[in-house]
Each structure stands twice: as structure tokens, then as C-alpha cells.
Design a protein around this ligand. Structure first.
Ligand SMILES: Cc1ncc(COP(=O)(O)O)c(C=O)c1O
Length: 420
């Protein structure tokens, strides 16, 4: 089932006409398709069947408890980056043996929580962090399973803010120092070094950097084994791209200038399996965006339209506090009406109510003409949408809705002003 589509000029999520939702639940409103989430997870999972693997959902993309439960029930593992995410993963039912804890700045209490929860592994990012993990493990009287994150210096060719595997990025242990750090870890009695980790970035639209990373890790595992360190676990990270432009096509919609061809998920996985299988390791993946991004939209209402000189503005009730990706990364999200009522297009910026010029959802965009009280959908906002939302300008966070067929469920109530 397609998550979102037009039927009779009305935008649907599964079997629900989206224009029915704002009246009951208000806007801004995040709406997710349950079946699209499941379909995306399975598209990653199925091509991996000949590889010893675990697909760990990266909670940072969207940690709504109802979404976590769907993925835990599908059999996914969890990639967490904080004590809070670990708490949510455990509560949603992810088995501790399928949880990995990443992140460049873990606090001692978060390490203690991970060790007490007996998760599969903590991904350490420096020799100093190994010492801290060892000290906490010693105090608790346990042995800590650790995986070392390597910075392979591979260019993911993505946005600089979400490129993580280059020398100048804060992440991981430099490749040339890595063998030395593995040897150092082996000297600590309270540590068991189980594997090697790399995550080179997010929204990576090319397959080549992934294949390069897979080759790097496979070669690296071989060199560790030759040095007497038997490693059997690779954590390959996430980063698979999704399509943001021309997600919906219709004769009433403008065609967007798309120059980034995004390979289907299956194609990424099929390219990686033969290389990673060579390693003889159990391979874990940490996709976030590719599981939830196209399963979510942000509904917003047009408050005003106005022209300042040469420029037209469509002022909507969703701002950068609800969806920061356009302001933060210049990210592009297709914006479409819930009801297609016109073939007329206009050139406009879609902006929010926040007191910042950087508060925009789209800039210099050709859009179907809109007027006060129209409803719009900001597409492909299931990942890094609500999870990056804030209360800036003392604006309550939006509600979240899950659609399953023709059923609609509130999976997070709208914040109220007395909760601010
Ligand atoms: C260590 C790690 N794993 C996985 C992910 C998820 O990446 P994506 O959502 O692009 O799949 C991230 C994202 O930043 C990350 O830092």
C-alpha cells in the first residue's frame, strides 16, 4: 500500500482523506502511515536474508513510542544515542541483545544505564571513552561489550552537517590510530571488544561511498584478525537516502527540478551484501531516515498570503520549531495542497510564524496557488521532523497521528500552553 497518494484530487494517507484531520486534531499536525513504515523496514530487511544481520532502527529519526513498537514487533533492533533513547527503546520492547549505543559524548550515568541494561554493545569513539566505560564496568562488577567506531575518512558526498566519516568530523577514531586503540582496549580487563563500527553520514544518494566503507571495514577486520584480535561484528551505520523531490506527481502539480536520483533501498542493500559477507561477521545496520521519512507528512494551515515588493509569501501555522530541516540544512520538502482545486501556479516562499528570517519551509518555490484557510502537506517529514521539534517562541509541539488503513490514532497529544 502506498503511504500517500491523490485520489479524486484529495490527498490520502492510506485510506484516510487528510483534509478530514485538521478539523478534529488541529494543525500543525504530523501524520504517519503505519504500513509505509513496515514496507520500508521490510525493503531493507529482505535483501539481507543471506547475511547474518540485524537491522537496528536509529531512534533519532523519530522516537514516537507507537512507531518504536511497530518496529520492535517487526523484529528490528535499536540504535540509541542517549539514556533517553535507551529508555524508550527498552520500553517499546526492543530486546537488550539487539540494542547498540552510539554517540560521541556519552555521560557516565548513561554508560552505567547501558551496562545495567545489558545491551549488546556500546560503540566507543575514543581511547578516553574506553577508559571511562572500563571504570564504570569495574565499579558495577561487569564486563562491558564495546565496539569501536572508526572514522574511515570517506566522503559521503552529502550535506556537510550530516557528513560524519571525514577526518575533520568529530566522530570516531582516526583510521590510522584504530589498530592501536583496539590493542589498548584488549589490555583492559573489564572490556570485551566485539566489533567495529562506521557511520559515514546521512541522506547519501550514491552507492559508491557505502561500498567503499564496506570494503574498508572488511579489510580492517582482516587486519585485526591477523594482529590476533578476533572480531566478528560489524556495525555498518545508516545513511540510506530517500527521495524528497517530486514525491507526488499530478497534472496540477509543478514538476520539481530534480537532479538527485535516489536508488531504491533494495539496490543499496544488494550492493553491500557480497562485500560484507566476505568479512564473515554478523553485520548490523542503523537506518533511520529510510524507514520513516516518506511515511510522514506535516499538515499546516495557510494563515495569510502577502506580497512584499517582488516577493510573495505564503504564511503558514507550522514553523521552524515544528520542522527545522529547511532552516538548518536548506533541506527541500515538496509542499502540496490537501485538495487540488486549481491548475494555477505561483512563485512564493512558504514561511512560518517564528520571528526569524530563517524560518521558512520552502524558498523561491513554484507551488499551486494557495489562499487563507487552505491546508498544505509538507511531504517526507517522518524523519528528523518531530524529533527535532522545539518550543521556540513558546509554541507547543504538534500532535502526531498514526494511520492504519482507515483507522486514525493519536500517538502523541498536542502540547498545551500550560505544559510549556
Ligand atoms: C551513528 C548513527 N547511526 C545511524 C544514523 C541514522 O542515519 P540515517 O537516518 O541517515 O539512516 C545516524 C544519523 O545521524 C548516526 O549518527
Amino acid at each position: 500500500m502506498e503511504g500517500f497518494r491523490y485520489q479524486d484530487n484529495e490527498l490520502y494517507c492510506e485510506d484516510v482523506a487528510l483534509h478530514e484531520l485538521p478539523e478534529e486534531f488541529g494543525t500543525p499536525l504530523y501524520v504517519y502511515s503505519k504500513n509505509q513504515i513496515i514496507q520500508n523496514y521490510r525493503a531493507i530487511e529482505e535483501p539481507l536474508k543471506d547475511l547474518d544481520h540485524v537491522v537496528c532502527y536509529a531512534l533519532k529519526a523519530n522516537a514516537n513510542p507507537a512507531i518504536l513498537k511497530i518496529l520492535a514487533q517487526e523484529g528490528a533492533g535499536a540504535d540509541v544515542v542517549s539514556g533517553g533513547e535507551l529508555y524508550l527503546a527498552l520500553k517499546a520492547g526492543f530486546p537488550p541483545s539487539r540494542i547498540t549505543f552510539a554517540g560521541v559524548g556519552k555521560r557516565d550515568d548513561e554508560i552505567e544505564y547501558a551496562l545495567k541494561s545489558n545491551i549488546f554493545t556500546i560503540n566507543a569513539e575514543s581511547a578516553q571513552e574506553l577508559q571511562v566505560i572500563s571504570r564504570v564496568a569495574l565499579r558495577l562488577g561487569v564486563k562491558a561489550r564495546v565496539t569501536l567506531r572508526i572514522n574511515p575518512d570517506i566522503d559521503a558526498q552529502s550535506h556537510p552537517y550530516i557528513t560524519t566519516g571525514l577526518k575533520q568530523n568529530k566522530f570516531g577514531i582516526p583510521a590510522e590510530e584504530a589498530v592501536g586503540v583496539f590493542k589498548f582496549a584488549a589490555t583492559m580487563q573489564n572490556l570485551e571488544t566485539v566489533g567495529v563500527h562506521a557511520h559515514i553520514g546521512s541522506q547519501i544518494t550514491k552507492i559508491e561511498p557505502f561500498v567503499e566503507a564496506a570494503n574498508f571495514l572488511t579489510r580492517f577486520v582482516t587486519s585485526l584478525r591477523e594482529a590476533g584480535m578476533p572480531i566478528n561484528h560489524i556495525d555498518f551505520g545508516g545513511g540510506f537516502a530517500v527521495q524528497y523531490l517530486n514525491v507526488l506527481t499530478h497534472e496540477a502539480l509543478p514538476v520539481e527540478p530534480d537532479n538527485a536520483v535516489v536508488p531504491p533501498l533494495r539496490q543499496y542493500m544488494e550492493a553491500l551484501v557480497p562485500v560484507l559477507r566476505e568479512s564473515g561477521c554478523s553485520v548490523w545496520f542503523e537506518p533511520g531516515r529510510s524507514i520513516v521519512a516518506n511515511a510522514g507528512v506535516l499538515l499546516t494551515k495557510v494563515l495569510y498570503t502577502k506580497e512584499n515588493g517582488a516577493k510573495k509569501f505564503v504564511i503558514v501555522d507550522a514553523g521552524m520549531n515544528d520542522l527545522i530541516r529547511p532552516s538548518l540544512y536548506g533541506a527541500y520538502h515538496q509542499i502540496v495542497p490537501l485538495k487540488l482545486q486549481t491548475y494555477e501556479h505561483e512563485h512564493a516562499d512558504v514561511v512560518g510564524p517564528i520571528c526569524e528570517t530563517g524560518d521558512f519551509l520552502a524558498r523561491d518555490r513554484v507551488l499551486p496557488k494557495s489562499k487563507r484557510d487552505d491546508y498544505l502537506a509538507v511531504m517526507t517529514t517522518g524523519a528528523y521532523g518531530f524529533s527535532l521539534a522545539s518550543n521556540y517562541n513558546a509554541r507547543p509541539k504538534p500532535a502526531e497521528i498514526l494511520v492504519n488503513g482507515d483507522r486514525v490514532r493519536v500517538i502523541r497529544e498536542r502540547q498545551t500552553i500550560d505544559q510549556l
